[in-house]
Ligand binder design. Sequence first.
Ligand SMILES: [Zn+2]
Length: 270
Amino acid sequence: MDLGCGFTENRSGGLVYMTAPNIVAPHAFTTRLGGVSCGIYASLNLGAASGDSRGNVEANYVAICGALGICADNLVRANQVHGSTVLAVTRAGWTAPTDRAPHDADGLVTAERGTALAVLVADCAPILLHDPVRGAVGAVHAGWRSTAADIAGAAAAKMALEFGCAPANILAAIGPCISQCCFETGSDVAEAMFALFSAPHERERVARRQGGKYFVDLKAANTLLLERAGLRAENISVSDECTRCGGDKYWSHRATQGHRGSQAAIIAVP
Ligand SMILES: [Zn+2]
C-alpha cells in the first residue's frame, strides 16, 4: 500500500513495516505492529533497555530480520546518546542488538557485505543512507540535538571518507518521526534549528512560531542538511507520517510519556 510520499506499507506474517521508494538495499522502518511483546511494549518492540522481556525483543529482531532476508546476528546497533558521532563499522567486536553496545554513536556506516545497521527511535528521525555505486549504507538517529549537530551531514561525509562515496550518488530516506504538527518545543530547540540556517526560506521551513510556542520540523531540517552535504534533492525521500499522530501504529515518546517500546530503522549492505 502506498501511503503518500512514495513510502510503502509492507506486511509479512503479522509484521507491518515501511520501505522507502528510493532505497534499493534491504531496509525497513518498523512499526509497533507484529512481534510478540506484551503490555506497554505490545507488540513489535526492538528496544531491549526499557524493561521488556529480552527473549521477546530477540524474537522480534529475528522476525523483522527474517522478513528482510537478513541474519539477526549480522546486525550492528550502537548505544545512542543524542550526539553527533558517526562510526564506520564491521560486525567484528559488536554485541547482539539486544545487549548494551560497546560503543556510543548516533550514526553508523558500513560497506561490509551482509552487515546490517539499526537505529532505534520513538519520535526522533530515523535516516537511512545507501550508495549503490560503492555498496555502502548508513543509519542515523536524529533527534533535535543530533540534528542541531548536523549528524546527517556527518554521516554522508563519513561515507565519502571511508568508502569513497560521492554524495551525489547517495540515496537517503527520512522515515516516520514526530512531524511539525506535534513537535511543539521551547525556544531553545527552535533557536538550535535557526542557528543551522541563515537563508529566510530555510529558517521558515525548520521552525515556526505560533503564539508563544514553536513548532520544529525535523524532517525539513535534515532534508536541508543532506542537501547541504551534497545529496541531490531528488535522491531524498521523506515519510509524511507522524509518530505522535499515528500512535496506534508507531511508538511515540510524547504520546506515551515515555512508557513505550522502540521502533527501528534497519538497512543492510546487499
Ligand atoms: Zn503529528
